[in-house]
Design a protein around this ligand. Structure first.
Ligand SMILES: O=C(O)CCC(=O)C(=O)O
Ligand SMILES: [Fe+2]
Length: 266
């Protein structure tokens, strides 16, 4: 897409061979829209993970809310949320996922895969803590049929307190472990939630009708195998349906907390 007259020059995607401190800070400051890291994970490592996961029990997000369906391995906070609190079954699901992963014979845990990507840029990184307990980090998702247009904002979703420390800014991080030959694009819009958007909610869903972003500047990113992608998920975003193959990623949320740490959770 060509540069439009009325486009925001700060809503841009940058590419880098690794995650940099300046890009993390720039995304959180609103100086960038997305960071793409081609080849963050080698094709061999991606294949080893997806091959091992073929033997692992995948489940799905709550299908009464998440349609089209999304298969996953590991808990997602939003599947265990009730009235702005995290239900206790999140912790049981986290323990079960860790146990199942530990017998896959892979060298790294999902948590390590996520932490490793950020350590060179931001050594003060950790798993987020809630009531003293370490959050699960690293959810594997198979999003073949696309997502609803939605935003993610832990501050809004968890009444300002998901973690024991305050989340000052939040990013979404994904590594693409398997990509379809066509489709599966991630689309980001330069727009945050506004109260009137509730009029465009998908009934029963987690997202909004696409009309919520009508006329808004957007970026369409087509992940290739092993790419890392970082963006501010408070901006509306979606995933387009994949065609001719599966779209599998591992990812987490990344918070900058009031103690200056990066804290991760899924
Ligand atoms: O898979 C993607 O590219 C984005 C998925 C998403 O909605 C998120 O990570 O918040
Ligand atoms: Fe999201």
């Amino acid at each position: 897409m060509g540069r439009r007259e009325n486009s925001d020059p700060l809503f841009v995607v940058v590419e880098s061979t690794r995650i940099t401190r300046s890009a993390v800070a720039g995304l959180m400051a609103g100086r960038l829209a997305a960071l793409r890291v081609p080849g963050l994970l080698s094709a061999g490592r991606c294949q080893a993970i997806t091959a091992a996961l073929a033997a692992a029990p995948m489940d799905r997000y709550d299908e009464s809310r998440v349609f089209p369906a999304v298969a996953k391995f590991g808990p997602a906070i939003n599947d265990h949320r009730h009235a702005g609190e995290l239900r206790d079954d999140y912790w049981e699901a986290a323990r079960a996922a860790e146990k199942h992963w530990s017998v896959l014979g892979l060298p790294d845990t999902p948590r390590e895969l996520c932490l490793q990507a950020f350590r060179p840029a931001w050594p003060r990184i950790t798993a987020g803590r809630r009531a003293g307990r370490e959050m699960h980090v690293g959810i594997v998702r198979e999003i073949d049929d696309g997502l609803q247009v939605h935003y993610d904002d832990a501050v809004r979703e968890y009444r300002g307190r998901l973690l024991d420390t305050e989340v000052v800014a939040q990013l979404a991080f994904n590594i693409y472990l398997r990509v379809p030959p066509e489709g599966g694009e991630t689309v980001l819009w330069r727009r945050r939630w506004q109260p009137a958007d509730e009029d465009t909610r998908v009934p029963g869903g987690y997202g909004y009708h696409e009309s919520v972003v009508d006329g808004t500047q957007s970026l369409t990113l087509r992940p290739t195998l092993g790419d890392g992608l970082l963006f501010d998920p408070r901006n509306y975003h979606t995933v387009r349906p994949a065609s001719g193959g599966r779209r599998i990623s591992i990812g987490c949320f990344v918070g900058l907390t009031d103690d200056g740490l990066l804290a991760l959770w899924s």
